[in-house]
Design a protein around this ligand. Structure first.
Ligand SMILES: NC(=O)c1ccc[n+]([C@@H]2O[C@H](COP(=O)([O-])OP(=O)(O)OC[C@H]3O[C@@H](n4cnc5c(N)ncnc54)[C@H](OP(=O)(O)O)[C@@H]3O)[C@@H](O)[C@H]2O)c1
Length: 274
């Protein structure tokens, strides 16, 4: 018997979420019977609202701001990646129990791999700008790929030191002015701050010391081509936009609920950017 599969995304606010576009595209593409809903859950009655989702027969849900940490207390199982990252962005409900995962590191790494297949993670250092939730997932992903040195910088330096706890041998923390960074061996730069996002100030980053073969990635995807990426292109560096991370992080979540590992195709990219 094939049953209707219900999944969704919880957050507050949630109106802006692009996840329904992504998952609905795949439900249609693979001819599945299911839905993916935007579910607005304010923090006030969080536990009760999650119980309601279980009662309503959801197979699982994505978790976004402000619930990525609070959901952890309600999970009966949290995998190694989500535990290390300290946040859950995907939940599968099994026998009325919540199983928590984090797919952001996977999404980030897959985006780089799909965009620049020849990129070798072990060949040089990475510079990560920012030390928020996304940065922690990205640094975790880079460590797993064998990046020999990860330089982390953030306006609030204490948060960089928190991330350093993931591997204090391979992670180096520098001040936000980058004076001590030494970019000569940097092969990958990632902006994980919200600077450059629509409505925010641009990220001002001096690219003159960056090797020309370094890839510059901005995980901000609205706008798709940020000030950082435009300047990197002018400097002759290869650039990678942030939309692929959003699309690839959705794939393992979809697989957990619908049983198919979906592909990122051009039609999906067009829909999400429209
Ligand atoms: N492409 C994707 O799939 C994807 C996935 C996740 C997130 N994102 C994007 O990544 C960005 C960060 O997300 P997040 O979840 O990591 O947020 P977060 O945990 O709130 O972290 C925000 C980061 O931005 C920095 N920042 C904010 N305003 C700044 C300013 N005026 N000057 C310098 N630094 C500033 C913060 O520094 P302080 O610590 O000093 O405040 C912190 O490092 C957002 O734009 C989000 O949309 C994209």
């Amino acid at each position: 018997m094939s049953s209707f599969i219900k999944a969704g995304v919880i957050g507050h606010p949630i109106a802006h979420s692009k996840s329904p576009i992504i998952h609905s595209h795949w439900i249609e593409k693979y001819g599945l019977k299911g839905s993916y809903d935007k579910i607005d859950i304010p923090p006030d009655n969080f536990k009760k609202d999650i119980s309601t989702l279980i009662d309503q027969g959801y197979v699982g849900f994505n978790v976004t701001v402000p619930h990525k940490q609070t959901i952890m207390a309600l999970c009966d199982y949290i995998d190694e990646t989500a535990t290390a990252i300290g946040a859950v962005n995907t939940v599968k409900i099994i026998d009325n129990k919540l199983h928590g995962y984090n797919t952001d590191a996977y999404g980030f790494i897959q985006n780089i791999k799909q965009s620049v297949p020849e990129f070798n993670f072990t060949s040089g250092a990475a510079l990560v700008l920012g030390a928020g939730g996304a940065a922690r997932a990205i640094v975790y992903g880079l460590l797993n790929q064998g990046v020999p040195e990860i330089i982390v910088t953030n306006r609030t330096i204490e948060k960089s030191f928190d991330i350093m706890g993931l591997d204090n041998k391979r992670i180096r923390v520098v001040e936000w002015d980058l004076k001590e960074a030494n970019l000569k061996n940097v092969h990958l730069v990632v902006n994980t701050t919200s600077l450059g996002m629509k409505g925010q100030s641009p990220l001002i980053f001096n690219l003159s010391d960056l090797p020309k073969q370094a890839i510059v990635n901005d995980i901000v995807y609205a706008p798709l081509k940020t000030n950082l990426l435009t300047n990197a292109e002018l400097s002759g560096n290869l650039t990678v936009t942030g939309i692929g991370m959003l699309l690839h992080q959705a794939r393992p979540a979809f697989e957990k609920w619908f049983g198919i590992m979906p592909e990122v195709d051009d039609a999906l990219i067009e829909k999400v950017l429209a």
